[in-house]
Unconditional design. Structure first.
Lengths: 352, 328, 379
């Protein structure tokens, strides 16, 4: 083959008489070798990998998740251990401190202007290292940031999965049965959708004690609507298709059709929506913590850390930076992954 | 001009179809509001430490309170009394923040400030977002597109209070361009940072949506047909592309307002803005249930109102809703 | 019909067109050396499966190619007589009318929009459900082009639009003018699209699968309509279709396209009664036919090649039951069969073994000939 290609560009191939005989491929042309058909998911993965931002997002999600679970045990501090003698210390990391960064110095604004101090030396703590600094109670911000990220991640993922189950079932059932069932279910949904998320969450947390479970329930209650819309729309698209009709003719039950026939075919958009609802959940949790309805002390989440850091963010900005950066990166990464996934699953490439 | 002919026919068709559409929307809105009021009413009854079951009250006080709110009557009457009070604007009194002050009075001075900042944020967000989205769509796959996409991804991903903190630190604390805290003396100047931080999410969402919508419209068959007619340049964009791309954007404005409300709570706290958001945060933190519930009602009512307006606006603008099909 | 023509004026000449699309997946070589001729007042059909490049070719002629298209080589020469006299100008009545020539591929977009699109070449798209602007009244969409190109006043445009609607068989034209696309049925919308296409008096109409999206009973009516306006206005029509049934009803000449190349071209009788290319045999065999006792529906095995990957030799060979060894090595040239009939298959080479078309198809063609013979007086 390679030789022929080379010849073609210079002088055309001169056919010999032997070339003019039937290949006799009337038998094997029935086997379609032209499109070595890739499986759907293989193509999705290939398209996803082509999108740099999505891969970048996925890497960050994995890295942050790793630190969220391993980070808190990487030094000897605990998330709740206080030491008032070592409060408000700036970040200091062994070895790196010799570069001038993370050496424990900070600029403090005084009436006479700013001055640079290093509390580690002023307080005679040469062997103490707080990688991200310590807070107002002398707690290690490194440990607290990652343990906060862990809490935020658990809450967000749990809420997203639960709301996926509820929203998806609601949407699928509503879409499948159609008619009056759909009408009633959609009116209920419209009313539920008319209540601002803020109100639902606030009220729920007033009635129940704030805590991880309550926050998960509150998030679940607000996010299922979007999920059910997507599931319903997909169901309406699929339910007239041959494979559904066929299995209905064969006498399959409604629940079987909904959950064994249709569900596997809409898993793509559903996962995408879950990916989108995770950052929303992280954000809402952070917001709740900020207004005082979050995880009770001494546990912390990214939101409560930001809330604590806010009180001293002009004097000790390093205390608020780690949780903010981690949260922003986390939300950004999930959004990028979700975006990439959506495009990979549904390539709207009108390229010709 | 021929325009008159179209105008008259348009106003005619609005009549019948739109009426039905509007009625449906209004009824849904009212039902939603009623459902919320019911939830709030139930919560009022359940809430420990709500004015109705406070242990510190003596019997006569309690009897007086009961008589005032009609709590001695059957529960269903109570509910309608409650609904009536709410809709009339009697939201009860604050219990902890400012003892016995009518909530209406508490809110009266705060609502305009919140609405002002919120409106400015929507305006900034919508205008900048639209321009950004259109730029990205028209210059698809260029540097401008990438820039607009990066800005909008960051805007969607980073919570508004992070922007608030960053802006307040940089432009308030360090550069001192704008006041860090709200001041009644310089309402406009001190609203700049809060409005911008609040607008980020709206801006980013609208930019994203506009871009997607415009790209879809530009690739649509009717744009190809319009091009094949020989239309070009501004004519093509203004009479076909913009209208079709912008109509759906109205629909995302309503949900964005909700996010704005949520954001305003925190942003108001950060900039010490004496608005409803910070009042709600105070009420939550000091367990002033009465205020929380009243504000929940107000937030819901505002949201439902905005949704209703948006829906009707959408109906008026989009002929597919305004004008019925043949035989309908 | 064509005998009474005084002189065949060539109005479109696509020469050796070669187009590549730069997609995210890679370069797609969609058009690989296409030649098409079209004469004034005649009808040419371009037939092929989806992805064969038939629409792309015509979009190139309209100057509405997607941005990622790269024209590697070729010419699209369009000959026209400028309508200097405004919207009602008819060059047939003007002794001074001069023929002009332009290579569409060399002209800039602005010039094409101003002089060609709508005014000289108009297009009817496949799906009338999506090709009309949903937010604009029918009337405005018809009037728009006339006002844009000829600067006529609104009242004039309005009256012309009403007449156009009547011409394409829409009743209550005045009422329809004020309606929006969603208020009309699919068939009616396609009539509106045709009215829009005719609004600026073009001399070439390109119909891209004009009936595919429509109900069967409406398809015939739309084809009749296009035929009627073609005759009345003496315009040339290019049909892009995958449906040989449509081709049989309307075309004078047929181009069979496969994988970005014309593989067989001939007049309607040559293509239907004496097809030479195995791909044309396949297309003809795949035509649904009520007359046959065989109730199996034939399909061409396999699927069109992925044009992302260049293939040595004849692109159709992997699906061709009559493929020769040479097909894998060298692309077949166009063999001339008659003055108008050409086909690109090595089977026509004198060295090739004698291969007849499938028996079933031969029987079918005989039957078609007989039926056509009956209808000859009507044709």
């Amino acid at each position: 083959m390679a030789e022929t290609a080379a010849v073609l560009t210079k002088e055309p191939y001169v056919p010999t008489d032997a070339d003019f005989k039937l290949k006799g491929n009337d038998k094997d042309i029935l086997v379609d070798s032209n499109f070595a058909s890739q499986s759907f998911w293989k193509e999705v993965v290939a398209r996803f990998r082509k999108k740099k931002s999505a891969v970048f997002g996925l890497i960050f999600v994995l890295v942050i998740t790793f630190f969220a679970f391993v980070g808190p045990s990487m030094n000897s501090y605990t998330y709740s251990g206080q030491d008032l003698a070592k409060k408000n210390l700036a970040p200091r990391i062994p070895l790196i401190e010799y570069t001038g960064f993370f050496d424990g110095h900070e600029n403090i604004a005084t009436t006479k202007g700013t001055k640079t101090v290093n509390l580690y030396f002023e307080n005679k703590l040469p062997d103490t290292f707080y990688w991200f600094g310590s807070d107002n109670f002398g707690r290690d911000i490194w440990t607290r940031t990652w343990s906060g990220a862990q809490v935020s991640l658990i809450i967000a993922v749990a809420a997203a999965i639960i709301d996926m189950i509820i929203g998806m079932s609601y949407g699928l059932i509503s879409g499948y049965f159609g008619g009056k069932v759909d009408m009633v279910m959609q009116r209920i949904l419209e009313i539920a959708n008319g209540i601002p998320r803020l109100v639902i969450v606030t009220l729920l947390l007033l009635v129940f004690k704030p805590g991880m479970l309550t926050i998960i329930v509150a998030l679940m209650l607000t996010e299922w609507v979007g999920m059910s819309r997507i599931a319903r729309a997909e169901m309406l698209k699929l339910k007239e298709q041959e494979f559904v009709l066929a299995s209905r003719t064969l006498g399959a039950g409604s629940m079987h059709i909904i959950f064994s026939e249709v569900l596997p075919n809409i898993i793509g958009p559903i996962i995408t929506q879950v990916m989108f609802s995770i950052p929303t959940a992280i954000f809402t949790e952070a917001f709740l913590s900020f207004v005082g309805l979050g995880i009770p002390v001494p546990r912390c989440s990214l939101g409560s850390l930001i809330s604590e850091g806010f009180n001293s963010f002009t004097t000790h900005p390093y205390q608020i930076i780690p949780p903010i950066v981690v949260m922003a990166l986390l939300m950004l990464s999930f959004n990028l992954v979700a975006d990439g996934l959506r495009e990979a699953l549904d390539p709207k490439l009108k390229e010709m | 001009m021929g325009g008159g002919r179209y105008l008259s026919s348009r106003s005619f068709s609005i009549g019948v179809v739109m009426k039905k559409y509007v009625i449906k929307r209004v009824v849904t809105a009212l039902f939603t509001l009623l459902a919320i009021t019911l939830i709030l009413f139930i919560l009022m009854q359940l809430m420990p430490g709500s004015p109705f079951n406070d242990e510190k009250l003596n019997d006569t006080q309690r009897a007086a309170l009961y008589a005032k709110y009609g709590l001695d009557k059957p529960i269903i009457v109570q509910f309608f009394q409650y609904v009536f009070n709410m809709f009339r604007g009697d939201l009860g009194v604050s219990y902890k923040i400012s003892k016995n002050t009518p909530i209406t009075q508490l809110i009266a001075s705060r609502l305009p400030i919140s609405i002002g900042v919120g409106f400015a944020a929507v305006l900034i967000g919508a205008v900048v977002g639209l321009l950004l989205g259109l730029l990205a769509a028209f210059k698809k796959d260029t540097f401008w597109d990438t820039l607009a996409t990066i800005i909008s991804v960051i805007g969607v991903s980073v919570p508004s209070y992070v922007f608030a903190l960053a802006l307040s630190y940089q432009f308030g604390f360090k550069l001192k361009w704008f006041p860090m805290l709200f001041s009644a003396k310089d309402v406009i100047g001190s609203s700049v940072l809060p409005s911008i931080s609040l607008s980020m999410f709206t801006m980013a969402s609208i930019a994203r949506f506009t871009r997607a919508e415009m790209i879809e419209v530009l690739g649509s068959d009717y744009m190809l047909l319009a091009e094949s007619k020989g239309l070009s340049g501004n004519k093509l964009i203004f009479s076909h592309a913009l209208r079709n791309a912008l109509i759906p954007i109205i629909t995302v404005l309503a949900p964005l307002v909700v996010d704005l409300m949520t954001g305003s709570l925190v942003v108001e706290k950060i900039f010490s803005i004496p608005g409803v958001g910070s009042l709600l945060v105070n009420a939550i933190q000091s367990n002033d249930y009465n205020v929380v519930i009243a504000l929940s009602f107000i937030y819901s009512a505002m949201y439902i109102g905005i949704m209703l307006v948006v829906d009707i606006l959408y109906g008026i603008i989009d002929p597919r809703i305004r004008v019925a099909k043949e035989g309908d | 019909m064509s005998e009474e023509k005084k002189l065949r004026e060539k109005i479109l000449d696509v020469k050796n067109l070669d187009i590549t699309f730069e997609t995210t997946a890679g370069k797609v070589h969609a058009i690989r050396g296409v030649n098409i001729d079209l004469y004034q007042g005649e009808t040419v059909a371009i037939v092929g499966e989806s992805g064969s490049g038939k629409s792309v070719t015509m979009r190139a002629a309209m100057g509405i190619l997607a941005k990622n298209a790269v024209v590697n080589s070729g010419e699209i020469i369009y000959r026209y007589r400028d309508n200097v006299g405004g919207i009602d100008y008819n060059p047939e009545n003007d002794a001074n009318a001069q023929w002009k020539e332009a290579d569409i591929l060399k002209m800039d977009k602005k010039w094409i929009r101003k002089h060609i699109n709508g005014r000289r070449i108009a297009m009817v798209f496949q799906d009338p459900m999506t090709s009309l602007d949903p937010t604009m009244t029918i009337g405005k969409q018809i009037m728009e082009g006339m006002i844009w190109h000829y600067k006529i006043d609104k009242k004039d445009a309005y009256n012309r639009a009403v007449n156009l609607l009547k011409e394409v068989g829409i009743e209550d034209a005045e009422k329809r003018m004020k309606q929006y696309p969603h208020q009309l049925s699919g068939g009616m919308r396609q009539r509106v699209v045709i009215a829009i296409a005719l609004s600026c008096n073009p001399d070439l109409l390109i119909c891209d699968e004009p009936t595919t999206a429509l109900d069967v009973n409406i398809q015939a009516k739309i084809l009749e309509l296009i035929k009627k306006v073609q005759k009345e206005r003496d315009i040339a029509v290019i049909y892009i279709t995958h449906d040989l049934g449509v081709v049989a009803k309307v075309a004078d000449y047929v181009n069979v396209m496969y994988a970005g190349k014309i593989v067989e071209v001939g007049n309607i009788n040559e293509i239907f009664y004496e097809p030479k290319h195995p791909y044309t045999w396949g297309l003809l065999s795949a035509m649904p036919d009520l007359g046959t006792d065989d109730d199996r529906l034939y399909t061409i095995p396999g699927s069109p090649p992925n044009l992302l990957h260049e293939k040595e030799g004849d692109a159709f060979a992997p699906r061709n039951a009559y493929a020769l060894e040479i097909d894998d090595k060298l692309e077949p040239p166009m063999f001339q069969i008659s003055e108008t009939h050409w086909a690109a298959t090595w089977l026509l080479d004198p060295r090739a073994p004698k291969v007849e078309m499938p028996k079933e198809l031969k029987a079918r063609i005989e039957r078609m000939k007989k039926e056509a013979g009956v209808n000859d007086s009507k044709l």
